[in-house]
Design a protein around this ligand. Structure first.
Ligand code: ADP
Length: 204
């Protein structure tokens, strides 16, 4: 049976870079954010539930979800955030569960769940947790370089995420990504060998 590893880390820690490298090694990869986006894309399963909870005001004249309006609504009202999560989380869990059945030959696979620590219900999907770890200063520098966001904006996103300490408490495996891209590639290749061989024996 495929062992699913939950990949998580704060913004800018390198989750996408790590996931892309595992994918290149042929490891199945399920991206919870992509699943969430597909559920709210045109014809997505979440749309009727969002319409029932938030009204047609969240949709344009062609029935497309107005993501900016919904983001604004959940940002301003904690209760709306809870309502949206109560719609989205069960659907995301279900969809990831379906995708996990599609790789019967794989020894292991990666489920990329940015909020794995913050939303513990997602931990039911995985057997181990792999945390990508960098110092906050590195997070900020890399996000600035990637997106041009200001430091205070980045810090306010980080404030909504689990702390570095909490993430590390939760980790089965920690991949420190403070070094170069080449070092990251080397570490992933070693971790891949560990997962392939050790998880195959079902020893962990
Ligand atoms: P996340 O998905 O966790 O937000 P990303 O994988 O997008 O993080 O990485 C954030 C930025 O840092 C990206 O621009 C990425 O190319 C860069 N990056 C990731 N790892 C390294 C590294 N080891 N050295 C230098 N830059 C890196």
């Amino acid at each position: 049976m495929t062992v699913w590893i939950g990949l998580t880390g704060g913004i800018g820690s390198g989750k996408s870079s790590v996931a892309a490298r595992f994918f290149k090694l042929g490891v199945p990869h399920i991206d919870a954010d992509a699943v969430s986006r597909s559920l709210t894309a045109d014809g997505g399963k979440a749309l009727p539930l969002i319409r029932a909870a938030f009204g047609v005001g969240m949709f344009d004249s062609e029935g497309r979800l107005n993501r900016a309006a919904l983001r604004d609504e959940v940002f301003r009202r904690p209760q709306s955030k809870k309502t949206l999560e109560s719609i989205m989380f069960p659907l995301i869990l279900e969809e990831i569960g379906v995708k996990q059945t599609q790789y019967p030959q794989a020894v292991y696979g990666i489920v990329d769940v940015p909020l794995l620590i913050e939303q513990p219900q997602f931990s039911a999907l995985v057997k181990r947790v792999l945390v990508i770890d960098v110092a906050e200063t590195v997070q900020i520098r890399r996000v600035q370089q990637r997106s041009g966001l200001g430091e205070s904006e980045i810090r306010s996103i980080m404030a909504t995420q689990a702390s570095r300490r909490d993430r590390l408490l939760y980790a089965d495996d920690v991949l420190s990504n403070e070094g170069s891209e080449a070092e990251l590639a080397e570490k992933i290749s070693r971790l891949h060998n560990f997962y392939r061989h050790v998880l195959k024996l079902n020893a962990v």
